[in-house]
Design a protein around this ligand. Sequence first.
Ligand code: ADP
Ligand code: MG
Length: 630
Amino acid sequence: MAAEVHGFQTEVSKLLTLLAKSLYSNKEVFLREIISNASDAIDKLRFLSITDPSLLGDDAAFCIRVKVDKDAKTLTVTDNGIGMTLEEANLHLGTIAKSGTADFLSNLSGDQAKDSQLIGQFGVGFYSAFIVADKVTVESRSAKAAANEAVRWESTGEGTYTSEAITREARGTSITLHLKPDCEEFLETWTVRTAITKYSDHISVPVMLWEEKYEAPKEGEDKPTSTWDWVQVNDAKALWTVNPREVTEEQYKEFYKHLSHDFEDPLTWAHNRVEGELEYTSLLYVPTRAPWDLYTRDKVHGLKLFVQRVFIMDEAEQFLPNYLRFIRGLVDTNDLPLNVSRELLQESAVTQKLKRALTKRVLGMLGKLSEDKEKYAIFWKNFGNVLKEGPVEDFTNREEVAKLLRFASTRNTGDAQDVSLADYIAKMPEKQKCIYYLVSGSYASAATSPYLESFKKKGIEVLLMWERIDEWLMGNLTEFEGKKFVPVTAADLDLGELEDKPAEKKQEEVKAAQPLVDRFKKALGEKVTDVRVSDRLVESPSCVTAEHGQILTAQMRRMLEAAGQEVPEEKFILEINPQHALVQKAAQTSDDAAFAKWAEFIYEEALLSEQGSLKDPNAFVRRLNELLLA
Ligand code: ADP
Ligand code: MG
């Protein structure tokens, strides 16, 4: 049968052009990708052979072989893994099955070193072969297929590939790279050896390299003799099975990179072996950077699952709650059956126990990380918003997660989020009973909010928040270590013993301002639910509050509206500051029509500073102009 010509999926073509052009500075990553695929293929077969040992035939010793041919200028990686049928080769090597390729392309920064490292992360590893090869030949036979049902797939990486049925005696896959003229350094075995050691030392299958071995000259001869042989390059030990005391920091880091396809060192990790009622080993990492798809809704993030050291599945999301989905790593247990499926996992009591234990581990690891302020700041910047999902998702660990939260605060001069709830409480004056906070649309609007004026004057710290998730978080976080959270926007804000004005003085002030308050009420009518003398303003003439504390931010309102929810028109209480010159100027206006203009202006001004925008900005501007010219 003649080879059939196929066109690559458009995304693949785009990617190939990109790879060949821009990912040149870090060429040797191709070897990591090709070897990692070979190792995956072996893992898959090892797994299937648990239930069907006949799949292994008489070839049960798994290994990956790497061989260069200087004359042919080729480098070949061969494995005896699961292999591919013709259809599978067309599917897996001609298309990118995973969604997100477009995202991948748009995520490339143009920084070659970084971009080349992204390849693996985006699961487009095979195509990295074209960084160094101007032709790639794949020959493969599926473990389930007969010798004459094998496939040869070939491409020069320029829009098309061919595939045809061939006969192949051995099960598995060999990938032959016809190296580009300027990539011939990969014809040197020591270059290849270095790259394998660097990238693939943690592959748990032996990686064998076809190498020349020299022997000392024989008696009477002056030249050393040499023989070619297969030499194992990696140590092929599953790192997590090694005693933690015997593993170096460097090994943990390299293993992380192998596991996650990340190129940066992890921030921290925890390696634990547990025996007893539950038997498992876990190796959990906190990455330094967030993966690009951390917020992609349908993307599953999970741990690698091993049972009795056999790889079972990737991205097993059952072992950690969703708010810890940034954790990379693996769990290896003896308490689950080898033939466990995703469905079975979901229902298993062992899974639930492991999830509880691993969640505690991660929270403990983050607690420890938080002792290193610098590292924790990096962690918080990248993953803080994910962690904020915790108090809502995980009721049992609510307090533990709350300890890990960090906030910006009026105590800081900038927007740094580095104040923990424990810090806040520790600095509270004795008279203070609650934790005060403000959620706003941005840091700038939070930091300059009129609601903070009296707090600033009294020197009371207020936590500042402006992330999308904060409103939701604070709607669910009611107290910490017995201290209630209170929004400074609350209408019935009671400062308790923090109040520095005697109650009688306050009452007097309110009484004195009553006629003015009544005038405001009359002028504004239905627009507001009430008008009150404010206790919290120092420099601003007015502000708005809602009867029940939290005012919906404009941002949240837009989000809810975009999600198709009906958001009722909110009515506010207007609070005025009778001491403010603008309010006093209004009060001096005896003409009711002119006063109404003032009242509306003062109200809209408060709305504007709270919401960041107005329903009818033109009317506001017109009124302002009239007042200025009056
Ligand atoms: P990923 O490894 O993330 O799936 P790759 O681009 O590296 O993405 O590989 C694409 C697919 O090609 C693999 O998922 C697998 O199905 C197939 N493949 C690649 N190399 C091999 C191999 N050596 N043996 C069997 N299948 C392979
Ligand atoms: Mg791969």
